[in-house]
Design a protein around this ligand. Structure first.
Ligand code: HPA
Length: 272
């Protein structure tokens, strides 16, 4: 079945399930599902009920599409996302974003856990994404262009919305939340990086490294969505002092920093 037909079937199914008309989409990362508690939930739909939707395979991710309100803003949130390392194609990873666009979203918020490459960044700090580097060896826009969604050669001179970046940085400063602004590099994973790789990633201009977000942001930009993304620094990746990191520790740090991240996202959402 053609992508467009699959997307139509999925979005029509969802439109039958809810009268909600969200203008805001949210993708919640590893250990960062707390924003869901701020949503007055109108409808929750497990991913496996939605036609053609991929199914999340990572234990720390729930697979639930949540419709509801934060304050007076209607939102749709993805609790659980899809990663390239799980074996999905780039098209599968970004399929849900296309659906959210068909449901009417105009702004997209993304969170993720990432390793800190910038030596000034500490474990537990946040980083607002200002730019990214795609090292995932693939791209969700490869293949016939979907003119209904956007141009063949989308501009990437400012993939993250400047106004939202400024607002987030100002709010974090007011609230004494440690938040940097910087560059995210996306790798495939699933292994963490070697010391030589961390050194390389820092040299090419990245401040943090992670295994998600960039495919979604590329597709969001293709579709003209206003995009904001924020990382929790879950481990410090200094090649000279590197210690082994466990995924449990990454999730623990993400969970600890999550309330600050939620505060920022909520503030931005209410300001729209
Ligand atoms: N590397 C890649 N992805 C990550 C890391 C890391 O060090 N920490 C959290 N996600």
């Amino acid at each position: 079945m053609d992508l467009m037909d699959r997307l139509k079937e999925a979005s029509e199914y969802l439109k039958k399930q809810t009268d909600s008309k969200p203008r805001i989409g949210i993708v919640l990362g590893t250990g960062l599902g707390g924003l869901v508690k701020e949503i007055q939930i109108e409808k929750q739909i497990p991913y496996n009920f939605i036609p053609h939707f991929p199914i999340s395979t990572v234990e720390s991710h729930f697979g639930m599409l949540i419709f509801g309100k934060i304050g007076d803003k209607e939102v749709v949130a993805m609790q659980g996302r899809f990663h390239f390392y799980e074996g999905y194609s780039m098209q599968q990873i970004t399929f849900p974003l296309r659906i959210l666009k068909l449901l009417g979203i105009e702004t997209l918020f993304i969170s993720n856990a990432a390793g800190g490459l910038n030596p000034d960044y500490r474990k537990g700090d946040l980083m607002i994404l200002d730019d990214h580097i795609n090292l995932q060896t693939s791209n969700p826009l490869i293949g016939p262009n979907r003119n209904e969604f956007g141009p063949r050669f989308p501009d990437m001179s400012a993939p993250y919305d400047k106004e939202l970046i400024t607002k987030a940085a100002q709010f974090a400063a007011e609230q004494n939340i440690p938040a940097h602004t910087g560059v995210y590099v996306a790798v495939t994973g699933p292994n963490l990086e070697t010391r030589a790789e961390y050194r390389f990633l820092r040299t090419i201009g990245a401040d943090v490294v992670g295994m998600s977000t960039v495919p979604e942001v590329i597709v969001a930009n293709h579709m003209g969505l206003k995009t904001f993304a924020i990382s929790v620094i879950t481990d410090e990746c200094n090649p000279d002092t590197l210690v082994p990191v466990k995924v449990e520790e990454i999730i623990r740090v993400a969970t600890e920093a999550e309330p600050s991240l939620t505060k920022i996202l909520k503030h931005l959402i209410l300001s729209l």
